[in-house]
Design a protein around this ligand. Structure first.
Ligand code: CUA
Length: 159
């Protein structure tokens, strides 16, 4: 079969680009450990407000210097709505939804997760820059979706 020279160049070019992208993805995933959060923990979505794991909402300082933030997402707010944490320490966010799917995005950072009824969403990150960060819901959850936001205040840490 005759394939025109330029046709062949484009075919190899397209193939090489795909191989490059797949290779970059595989490299990032397996060599750099850049995998999506894989925390799997379920919860009865009807009982989020009475579940012991969500009884103490807010910020808890752990003995190893890290922090745990526990929140419930609901139409149309985060509970609690304002969080204060020190800069530089690892913070584990744990949250669940008591109604529909919500989003949790800390604007201007990598902090971003879906909050799905029936599951506990969890991720850990730290904040180097003190300041006020806006938290928004980035999954359409109803008529008040645009008014669902909170505030994260990163205070100058001890270190
Ligand atoms: Cu909650 Cu949009």
């Amino acid at each position: 079969m005759h394939v025109d020279f330029y046709e062949r160049v484009w075919m190899w070019g397209a193939g090489a680009t795909i191989a490059l992208f797949l290779g970059a993805t595989a490299f990032a995933a397996y060599s750099q450990g850049r995998l999506p959060p894989s925390h799997i923990e379920t919860i009865d979505p009807q009982a989020v407000w009475t579940d012991q794991r969500f009884a103490d909402r807010g910020v808890v300082a752990n003995s190893d210097g890290s922090y745990t933030v526990t929140m419930i997402a609901l139409m149309f707010a985060f509970q609690p709505n304002e969080i204060r944490i020190p800069a530089g320490s690892p913070v584990t966010f744990r949250m669940s939804s008591s109604d529909v799917v919500h989003g949790f995005q800390i604007v201007g950072t990598n902090g971003n997760t879906m909050v799905i009824p029936g599951y506990v969403s969890q991720f850990t990150m730290s904040f180097d820059d003190p300041g006020e960060y806006l938290i928004v819901c980035n999954e359409y959850c109803g008529l008040g979706h645009h008014s669902m936001y909170g505030k994260l205040i990163v205070e100058r840490g001890a270190q």
